[in-house]
Design a protein around this ligand. Sequence first.
Ligand code: GTP
Ligand code: MG
Length: 216
Amino acid sequence: MTAMTAGADAVSLEAGRLLFAQACDFVAGADRLEALPEPGLPEVAFAGRSNVGKSSLINALTGRNTLARTSNTPGRTRQLNFFDLGHRLMLVDLPGYGYARASKQAVAAWTRLVDTFLKGRPVLRRTCLLIDSRHGLKAVDREVMQMLDQAAVAYQVVLTKADKMGPTALREMQAQVSGELVRHVAAHPELFVTSAESGAGIPELRAELAALARQA
Ligand code: GTP
Ligand code: MG
């Protein structure tokens, strides 16, 4: 068994496959706190720097190419987008952190909105903090991790774009990021390694998230 599949047994993999085979529909987009949908289903949020692959990961998990809008242009996702997965789990695609080309004012507004959402959402069960496996943890990622630690918001780090890395470099990056995770109290100890392109790690992440969903 490789490190990538550690912890995912056949039963939980099947539960993940079944959940993510359900219909998944866009239900709301919110660009300010007042526009957030009423809390209902358990939620999983996808956070991370601009262009890290949040929308692509949601598409890969749900097996759809165009559910969440993706782009080569950083800053594509400008609001919190809510996707209802089989009436059992809400997937929340967040605007990226650190989008340099947006105005200072816009960045401050998104950051405030995302931070307030992450800290104050009662139904939020887990935040996936996405990190590009080529770049590793950056200052802004560490700031977000500290904010989540202090607010006791449970999160797990997911490496993205693993297909862009050779096996040795990928293993080194995994070890480096894992080593840093142990110092963060709200971080799930297991590091997920994924590629929306090749599908690597997707069944394992589905299995992990299925455990948070409302029972069928
Ligand atoms: P913002 O909404 O702008 O914050 O970006 P995002 O984090 O949602 O990123 P998005 O999913 O739009 O992907 C950004 C770019 O990375 C796109 O060109 C994707 O095709 C590419 N990308 C995303 N995931 C992968 C992956 O696993 N492998 C490869 N090779 N490219 C990826
Ligand atoms: Mg996006």
